[in-house]
Each structure stands twice: as structure tokens, then as C-alpha cells.
Design a protein around this ligand. Structure first.
Ligand SMILES: [Zn+2]
Length: 311
């Protein structure tokens, strides 16, 4: 949940110490939150209008972050302790969506970018869910397509949870192909989740069973090969939804059906990175899920690897 933890900050601080003078903060004071027309690239008009209506937008945030349970009691949320009004949260999230879009453009010029935020892969056309209010991934790619900077793109989702919003939003869009490697069981694929658009398959889905960690890297490699063999025509951009929640020290109970070691997490990231780099495909990485006090290690070790490789 990017809004509630300090993993971006810890990652940034750790990297700044390891590579003095190599990292500058981007000045975002002139950034504008994503606009209505940009949101419409992925979302329905009624949902977009609701986000700009202060009363309705509060409801949308409550739904998305499940801030009240079915009996109406606050859930993971104490209204009297909240630092921000829920409507203000919407603006923060739309600003974060701007960050993803900015970072995608950086990737096009630099070959690779890593945004310490973003990756809201559960958001559907008509509303947010699973802590993801808007689908910054699909919006960002479609913006680049509108500008004729990208023809076809891959979204490679290595978060512990299935990239279900992304799959649903792009299932009829031949210009965006998706791969998702995720927990075979658990949210959003458990029986309790019922039927809905979250069952729509990605172009390549790789379910990992409980205790399936030893096969994880092999299966990911096979999945990438399948993506390349079946869906590689005209691909000139990729987004990697690099959730840290498959890490064994991740604190979210709903991500504990995959428990990769820190070393396996680095192998995962290197596999995807070199797969794209060796094909000359610009790649934009986003944080997606990663919960608790240790998730920063996953992002930091990979960015640190990229820095050392570039030296
Ligand atoms: Zn996740």
C-alpha cells in the first residue's frame, strides 16, 4: 500500500548512502494529477466523474481500501487518526499516476527507469479494488501510444497477486500483452472472491502453488519465452510490475502463499531485466505491492545491482 508505508523513502536513503551523489530527487511541485481525459484511457466515465466529486470520491476510496467491513465498522482505518481527508487521498493517487507516466517516458529515453511508487494493477475499468484506485499501468501505456511513442507493449507482472485489473482492461486490446506470475490460490483467485472480471486470464498466466518456490524461476523463464514466442510482434516497450510481496519477509498475510528468499527475489528481477535488455526493449519498473518493514530490501538490492552494472 504505497500510501501507508515508507519503503520508497528507505529505498532512496539506502541507495543514496551506497552511491553518494548519484541520486537526485525529482522536483514534482509542478506536476499535475492525472486529468479526466487521461483517466478515461482506462476507466469508465461514471467512475472518472465520481473521482472528481468530493462526496462520491470518498466512497470510491473506502471501497478500494476496504476501510469499513460489511457491518459498517472501520477496518484498518481509524477516522479520528487519519492524517488526510479521503478526498485528498484521491489527489495523491492521481499524482502518483503522474509519476508512473513520467517514469515510463524516462524509460523510453534512458532504456530503463525504476519508479519508487505506482503499480496499481488491481484497478478495474469501473472502480478501484485491492488498494489500487486507478490503473496507472494501462493509462501510462495508452498515453504513450496516443503520442505515437509506443506501438505495442508488454506488462510483466511479478507481484504476488494476479494482475487482474490489468488483464481485464487489456483483454480486448491487442496492443498490450500481459504476463502475470502469482500465487495460485488466495486473493483475488480464492473461492471466496466469487466470479468476476478478476478471473479474466492474462495473455500468459503462471500460477505458483503453495511450496512451489523452487520452480518459480524456471516457470518465470518459460513464461517469458512464451510471451516472446506468441506476443512479440512490434513490441517496443515493457512495464514491470515489480511487487516485493513474494518475499518471505513480506508482512501482508494475503501474500504469504509465495515465500521467495531475498536471493531468489534478485534472481527474479535479473531474469526479467536481462530478458528485456537483451532484446533492446525499454523497460519501466514500478513498485506495486510490498508490505512491512523489510520490503525496501528487495527494491534496493535490485536497483543497486543496476547501478553496479552500469558502472
Ligand atoms: Zn501484491
Amino acid at each position: 500500500m504505497p500510501l501507508r508505508d515508507d519503503r520508497s523513502h528507505r529505498t532512496y536513503e539506502a541507495l543514496r548512502q551506497e552511491f553518494p551523489g548519484k541520486f537526485d530527487l525529482v522536483d514534482i511541485s509542478k506536476w499535475k494529477p492525472l486529468s479526466k481525459s487521461e483517466l478515461l484511457l482506462a476507466h469508465t466515465r461514471s467512475f472518472v466523474e465520481a473521482l472528481f466529486d468530493s462526496k462520491k470520491s470518498r466512497e470510491k476510496v473506502i471501497e478500494c481500501f476496504e476501510l469499513y467491513d460489511s457491518s459498517g465498522k472501520p477496518n484498518r482505518y481509524n477516522p479520528s487518526l487519519a492524517k488526510k481527508d479521503l478526498a485528498e487521498m484521491v489527489e495523491d493517487i492521481l499524482l502518483q499516476g503522474r509519476g508512473t507516466a513520467f517514469s515510463m517516458k524516462e524509460a523510453l529515453t534512458e532504456g530503463i527507469s525504476f519508479f519508487l511508487g505506482g503499480g496499481m494493477h488491481h484497478a478495474m475499468a469501473d472502480g478501484g479494488r485491492g488498494f489500487c484506485l486507478i490503473n496507472d499501468l494501462v493509462i501510462g501505456i495508452r498515453k504513450l501510444q496516443e503520442e505515437n511513442l509506443v506501438k505495442k507493449a508488454w506488462i510483466i507482472d511479478i507481484d504476488a497477486h494476479k494482475g487482474d485489473g490489468t488483464a481485464a482492461l487489456t483483454c480486448d486490446d491487442n496492443s498490450i500483452k500481459t504476463l502475470s506470475i502469482h500465487m495460485e490460490k488466495g486473493w483475488p483467485l480464492d473461492i471466496g472472491s466469487g466470479e468476476g472480471p478478476w478471473r479474466i486470464p492474462s495473455d500468459v498466466d503462471i500460477p505458483i502453488p503453495v511450496k512451489g518456490e523452487v520452480q518459480y524461476l524456471d516457470k518465470l523463464e518459460k513464461g517469458l519465452t512464451e510471451l516472446r514466442e506468441i506476443h512479440s510482434e512490434h513490441i517496443n516497450f515493457a512495464v514491470v510490475v515489480a511487487g516485493a510481496d513474494p518475499y518471505e519477509k513480506d508482512a501482508l498475510p494475503s501474500s504469504n502463499k509465495i515465500r521467495l528468499s531475498l536471493e531468489q527475489m534478485l534472481e527474479r528481477d535479473k531474469l526479467v531485466y536481462h530478458f528485456l535488455k537483451s532484446r533492446g526493449i525499454p523497460q519501466c519498473w514500478v513498485m506495486a505491492g510490498g508490505y512491512g518493514p523489510d520490503s525496501w530490501q528487495v527494491y534496493t538490492q535490485f536497483i543497486s545491482y543496476l547501478m553496479r552494472e552500469a558502472e
